[in-house]
Design a protein around this ligand. Structure first.
Ligand code: SF4
Length: 234
């Protein structure tokens, strides 16, 4: 089968040149669904400053139980942003997103799709660890989305990849079900968005391996500009 993967996901042919990102998003309208203009997302153009603001945040209860705020890592100019749900125990300890078992799996998937982890940007919907690694609740997502909105405005990615249902609902549609929307391109304000299963879900259910790989091939091709015409929906 073409594009079949040895090892975890396979070795791909040498990639074509990556097309540099174009700044797509300049609207004053909030990008995230449900976020109203003036709801308080910080209009900060400096990532360090934004990160410092998040470090001092106490907008929700998660800050009272986590060790530290896990803001995001990677290239600010790469044009692609991966968004997970929230930090887990390892991330809370190290202050870096996706470094536990799920993060190690994400690294392997990124490598198989010929992304360099330091060259993509990775963050979460909520920046503080939900106790016991539970999903963030709607109030916590609502409180923290101002930082995600600010990150999107600052990075202006061409592509956003939602890893798991919390990111899918925060970014694509609060009513979206990941099993129904994954693997499809959506577009909003010039940014193309795709949802796929969270690597932690992949660890629990190996049946997700195939669809995740299919999604990452589409993401890889779109990032390189070789994905052709897609049926993205505004
Ligand atoms: S999860 Fe987000 S909103 Fe809540 S305290 Fe942490 S940074 Fe602030």
């Amino acid at each position: 089968m073409a594009d079949e993967q040895p090892g975890l996901f396979g070795e791909l042919n040498p990639p074509p040149a990556i097309i540099p990102s174009a700044p797509p998003y300049k609207s004053g309208t909030p990008f995230l669904p449900g976020l109203k203009a003036g709801e308080g997302y910080p209009d900060i153009k400096d990532c360090q400053e934004l990160q410092a603001m998040a470090r001092g945040c106490q907008r929700c209860i998660l800050r009272s139980t986590c060790r530290q705020v896990v803001f995001g890592t990677g290239s600010l100019e790469c044009g692609i942003m991966f968004v997970g749900e929230g930090p887990g125990k390892d991330e809370d300890e190290q202050g870096v997103p996706f470094v536990g078992r799920a993060g190690q799996l994400l690294d392997k998937i990124l490598t198989a799709a010929e992304f360099d982890r330091p060259e993509v940007y990775i963050t979460n919907v909520v920046k503080c660890r939900p106790p016991g690694n539970r999903l963030p609740n709607p109030d916590e997502v609502k409180a923290c989305r101002v930082y995600l909105e600010a990150q999107i405005r600052l990075l202006q990615p061409r592509l956003i990849v939602c890893l798991g249902s919390a990111a899918t609902q925060a970014i694509i549609d609060p009513k979206a079900r990941i099993s129904q929307v994954r693997g499809r391109w959506f577009a909003r304000a010039g940014i193309r968005i795709m949802a796929t299963y969270h690597p932690a879900a992949l660890l629990r259910n190996p049946d997700y391996k195939r669809p995740v790989w299919e999604d990452f091939k589409l993401i890889r091709d779109e990032y390189r500009g070789t994905g052709g015409q897609s049926s993205a929906k505004e």
